[in-house]
Design a protein around this ligand. Structure first.
Ligand code: C2E
Ligand code: MG
Ligand code: MG
Length: 578
């Protein structure tokens, strides 16, 4: 009975074990020393194509590994890739020689590591290839260039082109990031179209591409090629039901003419590209030595700007916004000035964009606010305690919630946030950013006014005004110049005026310089406010204090038209250059 029970249990146990082996998720095979297959579970049968459900894998590699394991008596581990059409399965297989019941056998187990392998591949690809466009990364193109440079003996000439999409930020802001991304993909396709196998196109950051052309015969050949490439890029892109126009600026450096290593060639191509950016965009230029001097000069300006910020060598000039009927000062605008290394006062035209590019503008805006707070008593004495105080905020800043939050907080901390207005250009409103929906309400809550600066010069149209919530609209100087003689501008002015009235926005004419312009506004429009040299140039408070003791008389002086003499006095005393 005992025997019976034992053998019955053993049989059941054996069957149980067989079933487990059969259903194991890991492939398992057992072979004898001659390679005769004694056992293969279901997973192994499927992996090896024995169930006929997929093509047989290449078994030569496996046979070789088995023989090695048997010959050495040590386990052999291999990675096997099994392909079935487009799909791939990767197995990690261990062949382990064992001696069982006096026989030499080989037990092989195969674990499926496809997912892990795919993940590794993805990591590899993201290190060497750009995810969006699939183009090689900067590392790869650098490696290719270095391989060319390391060739013994004669190194062939090659060209390195630095390409940068013009106004890509605008496109991104205006159409949104999805369209921006799609544009980069389409652009990279057009760029890559006529390349030879020995050329390489790489995306090195956001909207920047590097193109390696190798080998090349002459500069002319490269110039022709770049020309036709650029022409191809100017045709419109159809993305997401929009017709998007883009142009690209290109700088090219040649090996060995413009550098003997990758970094120098890249830098010089970048310098040439920068020259194109500043002179109209949308074309290509080869590097030359004069550009290097320019780049050095620019670096010097950059350095001195950084230093000026560090040393807080900034001050504010204030210009009044005047009620053209009563001559009363409605408010003032703070205009930042930089005292350069030689003590000369510079207007923002020479540094504000650069400050934006260098990421210094946020700090600058905080400095302007600090200067206003410091001088608030003098401001009140000069312009009256009711005058609003406007601060300019660049569109780039306006679209940056982080900065705007800190700035709103700083305005609140002054204790008189309702005195302030922020002036932003219309670009900030039309951008698909959160400016209108999230950032503006924050300022509204504090009682800070919103003004649209330089209206009529940006991307928006009159119809876009209807969607903008602002308190004030400043009509750009270009419409005001000689307004009395320009019927077209008069028509535009009337349209802006009536629309603004309907939307409850105050209109201000910017850059009013002459009596004739003023007379036209007074006679032919309902515009109440103006700002311009006719009433007052931007002035420095300290100098005003020195010139006239604070009094209501001083207030009236600032508002009303300055005499020829004191007008000159301001410019000389300020060292203000226009
Ligand atoms: P804006 O905000 O449109 O300021 C008006 C500019 O026109 C000022 O130039 C002012 O001096 C000038 N202006 C005023 N009246 C007249 C006039 O009758 N005729 C002429 N020809 N010009 C007049 P400014 O001070 O050189 O500033 C230029 C621009 O720099 C400003 O234009 C503003 O966009 C920017 N800016 C000034 N300060 C700051 C600042 O603190 N932050 C930022 N982000 N931008 C600033
Ligand atoms: Mg302004
Ligand atoms: Mg303006």
């Amino acid at each position: 009975m005992n025997d019976n029970r034992y053998s019955g249990a053993s049989e059941a146990e054996l069957g149980f074990l067989k079933d487990i082996v059969k259903l194991l998720p890991t492939g398992l095979t057992v072979q004898d020393a001659q390679g005769e297959l004694l056992l293969a579970n279901d997973t192994a049968a499927s992996q090896l194509g024995m169930d006929g459900r997929r093509p047989l894998p290449d078994l030569a590699q496996r046979r070789d590994a088995c023989q090695r394991a048997l010959a050495t008596g040590h386990a052999v581990v291999t990675e096997e890739a099994l392909h079935d059409g487009a799909s791939r399965q990767v197995l990690l297989t261990t062949h382990r020689p064992v001696r069982l019941g006096g026989r030499d056998l080989l037990i092989s187990t195969s674990a499926d590591i496809t997912e892990q392998k795919n993940f590794e591949d993805q990591l590899f690809r993201s290190a060497y290839f750009d995810e969006l466009t699939g183009l090689p990364s900067r590392r790869v193109i650098e490696h290719r260039a270095n391989t060319l440079l390391a060739r013994d003996g004669k190194v062939e000439r090659f060209a390195l082109a630095f390409l940068d999409v013009d106004n890509f930020k605008h496109i991104n802001d205006y159409y949104g990031h999805a369209v921006g991304d799609a544009l980069l993909v389409e652009l990279s396709k057009r760029l890559g179209r006529d390349l030879r196998d020995s050329d390489m196109l790489s995306r090195i950051s956001g909207d920047e591409f590097l193109l390696l052309l190798s080998p090349i015969q002459s500069q002319e050949e490269v110039a022709d090629f770049m020309q036709s490439t650029l022409e191809r890029l100017t045709a419109p892109f159809f993305i997401d039901n929009s017709e998007v126009f883009a142009s690209t600026s290109v700088g090219v450096s040649l090996y060995p003419d413009h550098g003997r290593n990758f970094e120098t060639l890249r830098q010089n191509a970048d310098i040439a590209m920068y020259r194109i950016k500043n002179s109209g965009k949308g074309s290509a230029a080869f590097f030359d030595a004069s550009m290097e001097r320019e780049a050095l000069a620019r670096m010097k300006i950059e350095q001195s700007l950084r230093l000026a910020i560090l040393e807080k060598r900034f001050c504010c000039a204030f210009q009044s916004k005047v009620d053209i009927r009563t001559q009363a000062v409605k408010g003032i605008e703070a205009l930042v000035r930089l005292r350069d290394d030689e003590g000369v006062i510079q207007a923002p035209g020479s540094f504000i964009n650069l400050a934006g590019e260098l990421g210094l503008i946020d700090e600058l805006t905080h400095l302007v606010l600090a200067e206003i707070v410091k001088s608030i008593d003098l401001i009140n004495d000069t312009f009256g305690p009711e005058a609003s105080i406007s601060i300019n905020v660049a569109a780039k800043q306006a679209g940056n919630p982080e900065f705007m939050r800190t700035f709103a907080q700083a305005l609140e901390e002054t204790g008189f946030p309702q005195r302030f207005m922020i002036e932003v250009t219309e670009d900030a409103f039309v951008a698909k950013s959160h400016f209108q929906s999230e950032i503006l309400p924050m300022f509204r809550k504090l009682g800070v006014g919103i003004s649209i600066d330089d209206f009529g010069t940006g991307y928006s149209s009159l119809s876009a005004l209807a969607d903008i919530t602002a308190d004030e609209i400043k009509i750009d100087r270009s419409f005001i110049i000689d307004i009395h003689k320009r019927p077209r501008s008069q028509g535009i002015l009337r349209a802006i005026e009536s629309l603004s009235e309907a939307l409850g926005m105050t209109v201000i004419a910017e850059g009013l310089e002459s009596y004739e312009e003023l007379a036209y506004l007074q006679a032919a429009t309902k515009i109440r406010y103006a700002q311009g040299y006719y009433f007052s140039r931007p002035i420095f408070l300290e100098e005003l204090k020195l010139a006239t003791p604070a009094s209501s008389e001083a207030r009236a002086n600032v508002a009303s038209r300055p005499t020829q003499q004191n007008r000159k006095g301001y410019s000389r005393a300020n060292g203000y250059r226009r």
